[in-house]
Design a protein around this ligand. Structure first.
Ligand SMILES: [Zn+2]
Length: 495
């Protein structure tokens, strides 16, 4: 358990400078810490203590003020690490089966808005502020440490004093595991999608046999006959449904996922070598076809047999979960899909079900929260970026017009690896100020801007950060309002 902070030391409050973020001020283990913003926009950590040795890990300057030692330290990676050590709730830890939400933040600026949303909703939803996929880190030129450190400073700035998770999202290679584990992440999303065989969805019986015979069975510590004996003819009775495992469907499931299981296990063992204190999600949400109940059973059972201890599973649900827009599909069908996967997660686990590309899908949250009874993880990635663009649209429409033009120019390359239904041809080429203000409310422009972040930040990053910096209150307010709508449906089930 992460210890709570101490009562705020009132004598330290008097030492707070004009640029201090009042919410950040916190006392713990003999010192009081806060964050100050200076006229140049730079933030600095300030802390006071009676025992200078408390500051040994920080790199900064100290002076004596009114008989106490005051530290001034830059918000560097080194000092982020020291701060996580000094205020232990800021160190990512395992989230377990608690209801949780992942707040991807491409910019490293949004965490204070996320904290406000959580505080406003008030339910015990565990946050994962530090969360970014390797793909996104590459496009944003961020390192795993940058992601972790920005979330640390943001949570500190906004006064978050409860546990946090840290999600190294969509890891596909062994190197990704090494890089993110070294940075200090606690939650690892293993995504072996490159080895999921989509052809198995429609292959004929002979094609399926060819595929399952080609599986590296010794690598899975099994053989084909044993596999068939283990699953074929079984029936899993659930609370309201039953899943029949016939030979054809278990073979098809293995033809599809078998090779990916070996790779996921290789990543898992790599993590396990590094020691305890981590947890894992197994994710196949970015595959081409919805995960069938039989596939859920086979995949999860095989991973368990092989020794993977995972805390959550992200199937590919029915319908379309596109970036940054409402769910596209039949809600009744999705409700049934949530229910059967949630029953399986209780029967075979318990483990959490994880809803990826979860942002902006307001119609799905009540269904997901209810089906899982709050044993759920909601993962959002780019929606904070899309919402941050509102700040630019409102305060610098000319810059926004140039951003839109670039997003349209780079769309064909930016869209790769994303599921989208936008039509760039429907976006006004030279939008008026009113049209600029609505760009984030229209599916076509929202998606084009949503996926264009890499090219946009490469070209306009410094100007955009200046706008966000000049309007940070507005930015946090927009993010907070947006996330309250995401989190509220989970509140009745949060645990
Ligand atoms: Zn995902």
């Amino acid at each position: 358990m992460t210890p709570p902070p101490d009562p705020l030391d009132p004598s330290a409050v008097a030492l707070r400078g004009d640029g201090a973020y009042p919410d950040s001020q916190v006392s713990y283990a003999g010192a009081t810490y806060w964050l100050e913003r200076h006229a140049d926009g730079a933030r600095r950590l300030i802390a006071v203590t009676d025992d200078e040795s408390v500051f040994d890990r920080f790199a900064g300057t100290t002076e004596t003020v009114g008989g106490r030692v005051r530290l001034r330290a830059e918000t560097t990676a080194h000092n982020a690490e020291a701060l996580r050590h000094a205020l232990p709730w800021l160190t990512p830890s395992r989230v377990g089966l608690h209801t949780s939400a992942g707040f991807g933040d491409r910019l490293g600026l949004s965490t204070p808005g996320h904290v406000r949303a959580l505080t406003a909703v008030g339910a015990p939803i565990r946050p994962v502020f530090a969360q970014q996929s390797i793909r996104e880190m590459g496009r944003c030129h961020r390192t795993p440490r940058d992601v972790l450190d920005d979330a640390t400073w943001g949570a500190f700035q906004a006064g978050w004093t409860k546990p946090v998770g840290g999600d190294a999202d969509h890891l596909e290679h062994l190197d990704d595991v090494d890089a993110t584990a070294a940075a200090g992440f606690a939650f690892f999303t293993l995504d072996p999608k490159a080895r999921v065989d989509a052809e198995a969805e429609h292959a004929d019986a002979a094609g399926i046999m060819t595929k399952v015979e080609a599986i590296d069975w010794p690598g899975l510590d099994s053989d084909l006959a044993t596999f068939v004996n283990r699953y074929a003819g079984q029936r899993i009775d659930l609370e309201h449904d039953a899943v029949e495992l016939d030979k054809e469907s278990v073979l098809r499931a293995m033809a599809k996922y078998g090779p990916s299981l070996a790779h996921a296990m290789a990543m898992y063992r790599r993590l396990a070598e590094k020691g305890a204190g981590f947890e894992v999600e197994f994710a196949v949400d970015e595959t081409d076809y919805p995960t069938k109940p039989v596939e859920h059973v086979v995949v999860v059972s095989e991973l368990k047999r092989l020794g993977m201890d995972f805390i959550s599973f992200a199937p590919r649900f029915v319908g379309r979960f596109e970036k940054g827009v409402e769910y596209i599909g039949d809600l009744e069908e999705l409700k049934r899909d949530f229910e059967i996967h949630a029953q399986l997660a209780r029967a075979l686990g318990p483990y959490k079900l994880s809803l990826h590309s979860g942002s902006d899908k307001y119609s799905t949250y009540p269904l997901f929260a209810e089906a899982t009874r709050g044993v759920a993880h909601l993962k959002t990635a780019g929606t904070s970026w899309a919402e941050a663009l509102r700040v630019i649209a409102r305060n610098d429409p000319d810059l926004m017009r140039r951003i839109l033009a670039l997003a349209l120019d780079s769309f064909e390359s930016s869209r790769k690896s994303y599921h989208l239904s936008c039509d760039p041809a429907r976006i006004p080429a030279d939008p008026s100020d009113d049209e600029v203000a609505r760009l984030l409310d229209v599916v076509d422009s929202r998606q084009v801007l949503h996926v264009g972040y890499g090219a946009i930040l490469d070209e306009f990053g410094p100007q955009m950060y200046r706008v966000w910096n000049d309007h940070e209150e507005e930015h946090y307010r927009i993010i907070a309002d947006h996330f309250v709508r995401h989190l509220e449906p989970f509140a009745p089930y949060a645990q």
